[in-house]
Design a protein around this ligand. Sequence first.
Ligand code: GN1
Ligand code: MG
Length: 347
Amino acid sequence: MIPTQVFDIYGFSEKEISVTAFGTGLINHTWLVEKEKKKYILQKINTHVFRNPDAIHDNLQLIGKYLEQNTPGYLFVGPVTTLTGTTLVKTPEGCFRLFPFVEGSHAKSVLQNAEQAYEAAKQFGRFTALLSGFDPGLLKETIPHFHDITLRYGQFETALRQRDAERIQASQTLIHFLQQQKHIADRYEEIKQDPSFRIRVTHHDTKISNVLFDENDQALCVIDLDTVMPGYFISDIGDMMRTYLPTVSEEETDLSKIDIREDMYAAIVRGYLSEMKNELTGNELQSFFYAAQFLVYMQALRFITDHLNRDIYYGAHYPGQNFNRAQNQAVLLQKLNSREQLLKSIQ
Ligand code: GN1
Ligand code: MG
């Protein structure tokens, strides 16, 4: 699965390393590589999703250099350079890259308490704040229109017109609910026209497993920087809300278990604002709740669209998995909507 040339180009001989599968991402393949006492993370980039891996390389070079010059103490976990001076190894089997494993750090697959949510939100805020002097226009969109909810709604409508009639029929109630929530996508169009919503360097994948913690549960930095590109802060806040607020994960099929943890909401707001308070405009400061609706709704659209498209993007480990994920996100959206007043009062 991993061609020998990948190890050769980093100067590793296959005899001196051990390789094991690592992590739970839906898109890229990840392995832990151990060479003597040193550890690395190896990843194969999914080039159906990241069609231009060079854009990732270019972005990370620019950001890495900027942070090194302006915030030398910041732990920026960029890819390891090969013996030939690149960070991407292109082979017929796919495109690979290697990261150093930060000694003494760990990532969490499940968020355990509000303190960790605070720490994570602070790190995502810090990342954007440290890059506030960097021109986001210099970055490439590694996935064009990644969080453009208008495009996602359009893809949902296309799937409804063109795809699997049986799956559409069986998903009627959910489809109808999602159509009724279209005002969330319409609000995004207003935001795009509103100069008080600023384009910044944002991460776009702020799940808890993309934060490194030390042994005292203090967060060290953010990782998984492939989707770092120009964007709105609602993407980062929204994906934290989407993944930290619920009592269960997006894979949970017992919908009665889905509930919202208000203490996590407060922790995300506090953590993020501890770094970003002076950066956000008045209108942005009013939009934390919208950020949650925006991301949860977009993820529901993406999952149901993939289900209707017969799972071509996310894949499915069992039939109907993307339908279940979409339903899970729709219930989460209903729960959010029902707590609107309460959550908006937390700031
Ligand atoms: C994908 O691969 P992973 O798990 O880091 C997706 C995110 C979704 C997430 C849902 C490039 O992230 O946008 O929120 O699945 N990443 C891409 O679990 O599509
Ligand atoms: Mg990711």
